[in-house]
Design a protein around this ligand. Sequence first.
Ligand SMILES: C[S@@+](CC[C@H](N)C(=O)[O-])C[C@H]1O[C@@H](n2cnc3c(N)ncnc32)[C@H](O)[C@@H]1O
Length: 367
Amino acid sequence: MHTLDAVDDLILAEAAVAEIPAPKTPAPDAPVLVLEAPAVAAELARRGRAVLHRSDLLADEAWLSPEDGPSLAGRPPADREDAVQPSVVDAWDDPRLADVRLVLLRLPANLNALDELAEAIAAHCHPEVRLVAGARVKHMTRGMNEVLAAHFADVRASLGVRKCRVLHAAAPLPGSRTTAPSWPRSARLAELDLTVVAYGATFAGTRLDLGTRLLVDRIAALRPASGTDRAVDLGCGSGILAAVLARNGWRVTGVDTSRAAVAATAATAAANGLAVPVRRADALADWPAADLDLVVCNPPFHVGTAKDSTPAFRMIRTAARALRPGGELWCVYNAHLPYLPTLRRDVGPAEIVVRDRSYLVTRSIRA
Ligand SMILES: C[S@@+](CC[C@H](N)C(=O)[O-])C[C@H]1O[C@@H](n2cnc3c(N)ncnc32)[C@H](O)[C@@H]1O
């Protein structure tokens, strides 16, 4: 359920101001592109605007979709006859973007995620596009202005209102439309002999996270037995764990709720000549029960900017259901997090395989 908060209110108010010096080529029916802000997209649709939208997290997009079952309760009511269902933009070369003159964005904390969005807006939206990007002041950094200035000639900040602020950007830099996109990016991880591909919002980018390293060292030794080779990299990020398993003969699927993650995992697999199907999904909630032989997981402990173990517990619970009896769940997480009792309760017998100063790796066997 999404409701308008102070950031959304300010984005909407500043957007109205941004539209006042009307574009040189007025286009009242042109769609507004709303990024990472489902409540804003719903509000504009309710006001009768044509809305294109896109968010990294599946739940944010699904909330606006007519097919979405469980979260329909919070969806924008069709309380106006002219309310139009917002429509998802799946690819940056979607031709509908060429008509977009207004983009509204909740600023992601990750500057690479912002860079990819700013680059795509400058390259694919109308040349008169205006961007209104907001956040709480405590989550904003100078780096955000610099990232926007790498793609737009005019960048300025609004006054603060209720501890929020927006950045206005306009006038895409010359060359924005003709320069090849800089995302996704790839790098060679020599220690794993692997090419890693990442989009802006992919966890850890093209780097090897310290927790991932501790887990990958252990799972690299796991070999499938004949007939028990079905694996999932749950919360696959850039797909490093999935790629290592695939290389060792596992039939592994990458699952993640993030657009940037599933696209990166598919690209990492392709860059290494591996077959790794991907699914954008909320944990393993929809996976068939008792189907998997192995799940590996480096769960998140943040949701946005807030510490939150809810997704980790959901990943553990749904993995337990998807594993066959005797199947294994390998996890890595911050040593201070209290996941071991949950692993033992939801999955079965669990042991700590290795720990360092920050992380521990556990192996749980499905009872
Ligand atoms: C700590 S990162 C690990 C990424 C990668 N496995 C690695 O080790 O580099 C956690 C990942 O879990 C994903 N995630 C968070 N909540 C999720 C959920 N409910 N279902 C699936 N994936 C989720 C995030 O998008 C992120 O890619």
